[in-house]
Design a protein around this ligand. Sequence first.
Ligand code: A3P
Length: 271
Amino acid sequence: MAQKTFRPQPSDVFICSYPKTGTTWLKALAFAIVTREKFDESSSPLLTTLPHGCVPYLEKDLKQIEENHNTHFPLVSTHFPYTALPRSIVSSNCKIVYIYRNIKDVIVSYYHYIAKYCKVSVEDAPFEEAFNEFYQGISWCGSYWDHILGYWQASHEDGHKILFLKYEDMKQDTPSSVKRLAEFIGYPFSNEEENTGVIENIIKMCSFENLSNLEVNKNGHHRPDRPDMVENRLFFRKAKDDDWKEYFTDEMIEKIDKLMDQKLSGTGLIL
Ligand code: A3P
C-alpha cells in the first residue's frame, strides 16, 4: 500500500530500524525534540501514549501520517529494509535516522519479544532455536546484517542523508547523541536551551526508567481495536547492555562474531 500511494513531504524525517534495536527510545527522543515548543515534560503526549503511537509506522499507519502531513509533523518510522522503501522515499532528499545495536542483544531482545507476543513461555521456546533462525537470516524483516548494509550502502554509495546512531553509544553519552539527532533533523538546541536544562529534561522524560513506569506503558495497549494489537509493556524489558552473556554459548559467540566479520568488514560498523 505505502509502496503505491505514499508521497513524502520534503521535510519528512524517517526513523528506520531493525526491530529491537532501540526504536521506541529513538522515537520518543525525536518526538520530544520536534514538539518541545508545544509540550514540556508535564504535558507531552509521551506521558499518555506509547512512542509508537506518537510516531506512526509507514507500514501500518498511513492515515495518521496523512493527518500529520496536514499539521507539518515530520516524523515517520519504518522497519522496512532500504530496498523495500517506497521509490518515492528513495528518490527524495528526505533525511533518514538509522539506529542499530549489538546483534547479540538484538537476538535476545527479539527472542523475548516474540515469545511474549505469541504468549509462549521462554521455557517452551529454546533460545538455541531462536539463535539458529536468526543466524540463518530467518526473521520478520529479513537478516539483520542485510538491513544494516542496505542503509549503509544508501548512505555511502548513493549519498543519501542518513544519520547512524548506535544504541550502546547513545546510552554511553546520551546528551551528545540527542544534540546530534536534533541538529540532523533540523531542530537544533539553542544556547539558551542548553543552559536551561532542556536537553536533560528530554533525556529524563524519554529514559527507560521513566517511560517503562508510566501507567500507559505498564498496562496500555497499542492499536487496541486491531488484530495486530500489542501490549505496550512488551516494548520495555531490561534495556541492559550485554544481557546476551546470560544466553550465548561459546559456540554461538564464535559463530555470530565470524558472521559479522564477514558481512560488515569494510563498513567500519562494529556490532
Ligand atoms: P531489551 O529487550 O534488551 O530490554 P525496539 O524499541 O526497537 O523494539 O527495541 C526494544 C529494546 O529497547 C528493548 O531492549 C527495550 O527494553 C529497549 N528500550 C525501550 N525503551 C527504552 C528507553 N527509553 N531507553 C533505552 N532502551 C529502551
